[in-house]
Write a protein that binds this ligand. Sequence first.
Ligand code: ACO
Length: 351
Amino acid sequence: MSLRSKIAGIGMYVPKNVFTNNDLTKYMDTSDEWITERTGIKERRFADRSGETTTTMAVEASKIAIERAGITAQDIDFIVFATLSPDYYFPGCGVLLQRAMGMKDVGALDVRNQCSGFVYALSTADQFVRSGMYKNVLVVGSEKHSFGLDFSTRGRNVSVIFGDGAGAVVLQPTEEEDQGILSTHLHSNGNGAEILAMYNPGTHANHWIKDQKLADFDDAEIGEMFFSHAMIDNAQVFPFMDGPSVFKVAVEKFPAVIVESLEANNLKTTDLNLLVPHQANLRIAQFVQKKLQLRDDQVFNNIQKYGNTTAASIPIALCEAWEQGRVNRGDLVCLAAFGSGFTWASALLRW
Ligand code: ACO
């Protein structure tokens, strides 16, 4: 039988600082009721402002994953790091993680697929393990959103949704017939790229944004520069999201990519022990659950406690599910994501 990869160790890290919906009302015109009703979120974690970065949180999650895999950081032979909130515009967080953990001079690949980032990263790592090229691949999703959100009322439709945290897994080869990643499925359609995006700083020179008429770019200067005072004054350095449009596409693509993974392996939704969806919004997860007629015990959600942690949300949720005994050897687990790009993806695995 051909080689497959399995998750040999999993870890997560969330900052200590809990920020409730009521805490947000000190900064913007919002309410616990509005946020809970629309998103299911009750609280999120925010990184320590001076001490924690996307990389430092990744280090903490990685340490646990590596230890649980029964190896050391010296054994890691490749890093795949997914984030949309890197410490630097460049270089990526992969090399910073390599340095911080004192690893050998291994390859470090950064993945930029936002909410689908972890599944894209896992799929990439899976190919390296299946091909026999690497034996211990560290796959990380980490985000420090709190540094780049508009916490005034102007940005409330975006900023109430996101939280900080990190999750990591170690992928290793397995020859067990009933274990490992069965298949991964990756998709994108760039027609929705500007519907959920952070435009600046960037090299777009306003070209696409003007065409899409999605943002009120009224200052010609913005079109000419990589970064300008006007961008800051007009809050154009924060993420933009047309929430209702994202919702519509998400509830179509999420179920489709889950079903795609099951059909590819001649399996059905009734075979699924646990679906771990990207924690975008509880309402989206509930819609998917209903559409696929899954029981409550077949779906894991923890967005209520952490908000949407983008590339970190799936490994954080999977780690908590595993720690709570919701994932056991032989279980059929589906990881599914949808996000900015648009991108959507799934991974089906036997634990
Ligand atoms: N508190 C109070 N009121 C708010 C807030 C807030 N935080 N944010 C927006 N509002 C107001 C708006 O100003 C608007 O007021 P108006 O009617 O007077 O103009 C009203 O609430 C409704 O705004 P909508 O944007 O239409 O709100 P909607 O019901 O669509 O809910 C939400 C917004 C929660 C973002 C929803 O569209 C959604 O869930 N979309 C999916 C997007 C998503 O999940 N993104 C997650 C990140 S992407 C990903 O991970 C896939």
